[in-house]
Design a protein around this ligand. Structure first.
Ligand SMILES: C[S@@+](CC[C@H](N)C(=O)[O-])C[C@H]1O[C@@H](n2cnc3c(N)ncnc32)[C@H](O)[C@@H]1O
Ligand code: SF4
Length: 452
């Protein structure tokens, strides 16, 4: 069902800055000097199911809109030093995880396919040597289509990868030029078709709305091409414009960016187009086919979310490897050094590169549970939260419910018995609704992107 997303009054009222809640508390609250012993102790005593994330920061060219942690490098040999550092890190963590089983491994970036076939083979061999993988562990990888030949794709399949995600962003020539990322529909199509032929279980395409020069007509053409390529999943990210943090974004002229009204029209258009093509909206920014496990999990209110995105398998521990990678184990969140030189300095001195971290308080854990349910399922069962955490919901969240009063009045959220539900009209504003339950928000707010 379609709603009018681009309600000007709602935009004026709610388009503030706010977190995306890939975690609560958010990564901006992590503090330096997090003790390595504490991280290792938590990892050792956590349950057996492990999810690994490995960050490869290199990219051949700079996309101006990019907000990821990346390093531009022309030559693939630039990655050799990084791979040696990763080898040390994998060996150190592997010892701690001797009794764990890897259920999921995700390569993210940057561009993991910056690595050569040989480098990828060696890296997988190192991981399999130091960690025990479930025979049917799910291996997924992010791919910049410009960095992956059909042969390299076949190599990834042979290494055991079963899920691929290709960055598309937008197919329009003017948009591509303004973000310094030229790639044809034909190039992406060849990779998607080859992925099917090779038996990859799932193909995802990334799109971004809110990019410079995007317009409804040309974005509709991009959406039609994407639907024609028939991916299993689509990520539709809201462009996060933070030029004070990402220098390359300063190359994008402010007047080429869609205003908030147009941005919401682009979102509305995408939702309409993708739903008509049979995709279901998953959480805030993903779409999946009706029979996809994410769709089924959302319908059963069982979807979870972590730093890697939406998931149906909430592993006991998420361990991040490589520069800037984030880990979450029980009540701890930690992040490795974000700067490549700092990362090298620590790992090459035989240490783990853990930099910042945080121990969640009981209140953090309660709010994290509730915020994750809002972000994933657009739904919170207040009775379930009350019984799980032994609290009186109305009393415990009195301040939050008061902060939510305007959202109730505007029909963005409603009570359905014990269930607090985000309405269709409220979906684009789910970050605002989650933020009402955030105990830290006000002093930090300036560092986030606009919610729309
Ligand atoms: C690490 S990249 C994917 C792999 C590969 N580097 C590529 O670009 O194809 C992850 C995705 O983040 C999204 N992204 C990057 N910068 C963004 C920004 N500033 N705002 C919103 N999404 C962004 C893009 O959709 C991109 O495909
Ligand atoms: S969008 Fe992808 S390819 Fe482009 S700079 Fe960012 S990480 Fe690299």
């Amino acid at each position: 069902m379609m709603t009018t997303f681009w309600d000007e009054a709602l935009i004026a009222k709610y388009n503030v800055k706010g977190p995306r809640y890939t975690s609560y508390p958010t990564a901006l609250l992590l503090r330096s000097g997090f003790p390595v012993d504490k991280a290792l102790h938590a990892l050792r005593s956590s349950g057996p199911a492990l999810s690994l994330y490995l960050h490869v920061p290199f990219c051949k060219e700079l996309c101006y809109y990019c907000g990821c942690n990346k390093v531009i490098a022309r030559d693939v040999s630039k990655a050799d030093r990084y791979l040696t550092a990763l080898l040390h890190e994998i060996a150190l963590y592997g010892k701690t995880c001797a009794d764990k089983t890897v259920h999921q491994l995700h390569f993210g970036g940057g561009t993991p396919t910056f690595l050569s076939e040989q480098q990828l083979t060696d890296l997988l061999a190192t991981l399999r040597q130091h960690f025990y993988f479930l025979p049917n562990a799910e291996l997924s990888i992010e791919i910049d289509p410009r960095s992956c030949s059909l042969e390299k794709l076949a190599h990834l399949r042979a290494l055991g990868f079963s899920r691929v995600s290709f960055g598309v962003q937008d197919f329009d020539a003017q948009v591509q030029q303004s973000i310094n990322r030229i790639q044809s529909v034909e190039m992406v199509q060849a990779l998607v078709e080859k992925s099917r032929e090779l038996g990859f279980k799932s193909v995802n395409l990334d799109l971004v709305y809110g990019l410079p020069h995007q317009a409804t007509e040309s974005f509709a053409t991009t959406l039609a091409e994407v639907v024609r390529l028939n991916p299993d999943r689509i990520s539709l990210f809201s462009y996060a414009h933070l030029p004070e943090r990402f220098a390359a974004q300063r190359k994008i002229p402010q007047d080429a960016l869609p205003d908030a009204g147009l941005k919401l029209r682009l979102l509305g258009l995408a939702v309409e187009h993708l739903q008509q093509a049979g995709y279901h909206a998953i959480g805030m920014d993903h779409f999946a086919r009706a029979d996809d496990e994410l769709t089924l999990a959302q319908q059963q209110h069982k979807l979870t979310r972590n730093f890697q995105g939406y998931s149906v398998d909430p592993c006991d521990a998420l361990l991040g490897l490589g520069v800037s990678a984030i880990s979450q184990v029980d009540d701890l969140i930690w992040q490795q050094q974000k700067d490549l030189n700092d990362y090298y300095r620590q790992v090459e001195h035989g240490q783990l590169a853990i930099d910042k971290g945080l121990t969640l308080t009981l209140d953090d854990q309660i709010r994290a549970d509730l915020i994750a349910q809002i972000m994933c399922n657009f739904f919170v069962d207040s009775a379930q939260i009350a019984s799980k955490w032994q609290l009186d919901f109305d009393n415990y969240f009195a301040n939050s419910l008061e902060r939510l009063a305007p959202c109730f009045a505007d029909g963005l959220v409603k009570w359905q018995g014990c269930a607090l539900e985000v309405t269709d009209r409220g979906r684009p504003w789910v970050r605002v609704i989650a933020a009402a339950f955030d105990a830290y928000l006000l002093p930090q707010q300036q560092n986030y992107s606009k919610v729309v």
